[in-house]
Design a binder for this molecule. Structure first.
Ligand code: GLV
Length: 319
């Protein structure tokens, strides 16, 4: 079995693969799409990073390809429908992603609400000792507020538990309602998407990016949110119409935002950089050493499980 890994990160995490099979890695960089395209015909297994496009054209150049083992929980970088049609298995790494992403979402909520990064910037800019007005730097209370979660999957549920621990009420909207026992255990209320927009003090996006979720938060959705609301996105950038968000933040249609992902790659539009009521991080949801190593181990488990049939594979069963 020949395995092609498109990135060079935590190589030690792939020792189990390297011991068993013929594995190709780039050296201290990522392989480009063109490089992978030129090599893929020889490989049985492809291990891409979440920002590496595995599209129809690439799959068509890969007659031997049997498995695409994504380094991510999200798989919107892969044409899953086409891969499955071609009989290629697609796998992902959901478990290690849950806690760090939920932690970052909570961090962005608290930062945006209490203006932590904004105050930090202010302090650094001040040459003299600050004369602090007691009315300056007023933030938003988190305890007692309502968090709306769009997408009550594993990360949504983990964020829900953290928010409940902070004394928040939690409502959610999901493609399908979770079972009543779990709702009761989590202490959450299911609402329609319109109610979610109208009632949330914080709205966190935790759904996968699909045709249905493209621009789920657009100009109309933003206009239905409370003027005091804070939008959090740690899922995928194109869930939000970023131009509409910039207008909403400028015109105070909503109060603020915390974003780890952006509509156009991993960089915010310049308009966002000018605003103080947005906190941004460059897609670092899983960027801890422990999470990234665990993700590497899960990629290995998926690959070995697929080849040997001796351990579970986290298969993506539909696009
Ligand atoms: C990260 O964005 C992931 O999908 O795992």
């Amino acid at each position: 079995m020949k395995i092609l890994v498109t990135y060079d990160m935590f190589r030690e995490g792939y020792a189990a693969l390297e011991r068993r099979y013929d594995v190709t890695f780039p050296d201290k960089r990522d392989f480009s799409y063109e490089e992978v395209s030129a090599m893929i015909a020889d490989y049985d297994i492809l291990c891409p990073m979440f920002n590496f496009p595995v599209d129809r054209a690439l799959i068509d150049r890969a007659p031997k390809l049997k498995l695409i083992a994504n380094y991510a929980v999200g798989y919107n970088n892969i044409d899953v429908a086409y891969a499955l049609e071609k009989g290629i298995t697609v796998a992902n790494t959901p478990d290690p992603v849950i806690a760090p992403t939920a932690n970052l979402a909570l961090g962005l909520m608290i930062d945006a609400a209490r203006r932590i990064s904004e105050c930090d910037r202010k302090l650094r800019k001040q040459k003299e000792r600050m004369k602090i007005s007691v009315l300056e730097n007023m933030g938003v209370q988190i305890t007692g507020q309502t968090l709306g979660i769009f997408g009550m999957g594993r990360i949504g549920k983990a964020l829900c538990k953290r928010a409940r621990a902070c004394g928040m009420d939690v409502i959610y909207h999901n493609r399908s309602r979770i079972d009543l026992e779990e709702e009761t255990r989590l202490g959450v209320v299911y609402v329609s998407f319109d109610e979610l927009l109208a009632q949330s003090d914080f709205l966190s996006l935790n759904a996968p990016y699909t045709e249905e979720t493209h621009h789920i938060v657009d100009e109309i959705a933003l206009s239905r949110m409370k003027p005091s609301a804070i939008l959090i996105n740690t899922a995928r950038g194109p869930l939000v119409d970023e131009y509409a968000l910039i207008n909403a933040l400028k015109e105070k249609t909503i109060l603020g935002a915390g974003l780890d992902v952006f509509e156009f790659g991993d960089h915010p539009l310049p308009g966002l950089l000018e605003l103080d009521n947005v906190v941004m991080t460059p897609h670092i949801g899983t960027q801890t050493v422990a999470a990234r190593l665990d993700m590497a181990h899960d990629v290995c488990r998926n690959v070995i499980g697929f080849i040997e049939g001796d351990r579970p594979v986290s298969r993506v069963l539909r696009p």
